[in-house]
Write a protein that binds this ligand. Structure first.
Ligand code: EPZ
Length: 418
């Protein structure tokens, strides 16, 4: 298995260009199933999860044409409605195929996503909403078997704001009979990017980005062209990298308004931040101050930046409290940070960090995508030797050429093939 080696202690300097967003590209590629013809998607990142989506959809009969970061998608000749366990088990977001398959073909067989390192992550809210749209759903030998003549509009209230739940049902409702009203929806920017893509196909959607979305079903859609939004979690990871290494980084091709909650915490921690249209400048402080955070759905502090921010707090001056409210088991990176000398106490969904001003290099193990990013950041500041981050296949799921981007910023970091 590949691993990444880091010799820390260097302030990062220079410019980094942000890639397209994984969590926007996944639902947008799935939504291409809604109608035939060639869709053309730009700024699609090269990631393991995108490859997995393409492999599952190719098994359904979808044809792809890849040209750098432009992906063309055609589903004229679908021959299957089944997303098999062996692929779905590697990526829960495969559930996003359920809505478009039902909207276009009236049936789908999708392996039920199993457990996940960061939490139980059920899909009950997706299924409950589809049942209220007239879908007949049964679970059979680990598969969701779903069938409907034509989806019908419905009034749906999500018990908790769910990102992929909102996306799945929004896609399904685009071709449903009548009006669908979704309440207590997630408000993440990725949902708005998907809604923009669907509207450019001819969908009638209002309210995305708020907690109430109204969709009027249409009969016909057309293939479209869309540019995927920049990845706000990748941008946030580089902002924290600048702060933690006392660096000075220009983060280009991002949307500053998407990382407002992080800016609100990095500035009191001592970072100097300047924002312009699609660029953020971050200058790291000599001394990092401790700051408390509480993860929340957007526009709150993103759970996908919690682990990276924890690494920063490990070298801060003072104590900080991190509360994780979105996922019930998202502190797995703590034991690895402790191997690097961090002082962290966990109490249920809270972690108390006593900043020590330093971390020590060590061999560590990545356990999920964002935990692996937090260990890379730890390695960039760790002193006395080399940090070795193992199981980095987690990282490749969601970061495009991360170590190359860090090398361009002056880091000593490389990959060793396993
Ligand atoms: C999306 O996951 C992202 N994934 C996650 O990013 C992100 O952490 C998460 O939203 C929260 O921001 C993609 O967009 C592909 P949720 P999702 O449904 O949609 C509970 C990364 O690192 N829930 O908003 O699966 C759930 O258990 C990944 O890029 C139900 O109970 O998250 C959780 O506690 C990790 N029943 C809460 O809602 C359901 O049917 C929010 O989950 C659905 C969700």
């Amino acid at each position: 298995m590949d691993k990444i080696i880091i010799e820390g202690g260097k302030p990062l300097k220079g410019t980094v260009k942000i890639s397209g967003a994984k969590n926007a590209a996944l639902p947008i590629i799935a939504a291409c199933l809604l109608t035939g013809g060639w869709h053309r998607l730009h700024n699609v990142p090269h990631l393991k999860d995108i490859q997995t989506t393409k492999r599952i959809m190719s098994k359904l009969g979808v044809v792809f044409r890849d040209d750098n970061n432009t992906l063309e998608v055609n589903s004229d000749n679908l021959r299957s409605h089944e997303a098999p366990y062996d692929l779905v088990k590697t990526m829960r977001a495969s559930i996003l195929l359920l809505g478009p398959l039902l909207a276009r073909y009236g049936r789908a067989k999708i392996s039920l996503p199993g457990g996940c390192a960061i939490g139980e992550r059920p899909v009950n809210l997706h299924l409950k909403a589809l049942v209220s749209m007239g879908v007949d759903i049964r679970l059979d030998h680990g598969y969701i078997i779903a069938q409907v003549d034509r989806l019908k509009g419905a009034n749906i209230f999500f018990d908790t704001p769910t990102v992929t739940g909102t996306e799945n049902i929004m896609i399904a409702a685009v071709k449903a009979k009548g009006q669908t009203v979704l309440r207590n929806t997630a408000k993440e920017p990725e949902i708005q990017d998907l809604a923009n893509m669907l509207r450019s196909m001819g969908a009638d959607i209002e309210g995305d980005g708020t907690d109430t979305i109204v969709i009027h079903g249409v009969d016909n859609l057309r293939p479209t062209q869309h540019t995927i939004m920049p990845d706000r979690i990748e941008a946030g990871t580089f902002m924290i990298a600048a702060a933690i290494t006392k660096g000075d980084i220009k983060i280009q091709g991002c949307r500053p308004e998407h990382v407002g909650a992080l800016i609100e915490k990095l500035e009191p921690a001592g970072a100097r931040i300047q924002v312009s249209d699609d660029t953020i400048f971050v200058k790291g402080p000599d001394i990092i101050k401790s700051v408390d955070i509480k993860t929340m759905p957007f526009p709150g502090f993103p759970t996908d930046l919690q682990a990276q921010f924890m690494t920063l707090m490990c070298i801060a001056k003072g104590r900080s409290l991190i509360r994780e409210t979105v996922f019930e088991n998202r502190f797995i990176h703590v034991s690895e940070l402790k191997r690097m000398g961090a002082d962290i106490e966990i109490n249920g969904s809270q972690a108390l960090i006593k900043g020590k001003g330093y971390l020590l290099s060590a061999p560590v193990m990545a356990t999920d995508l964002r935990a692996s990013a937090s260990l890379i950041l730890a390695g960039l500041v760790a002193k006395d030797g080399r940090t070795e981050v193992n199981r980095i296949y987690h990282l490749d799921r969601g970061y495009e050429a991360l170590e190359k981007k860090f090398v361009n910023l002056g880091a000593t970091i490389w990959r060793e093939k396993g």
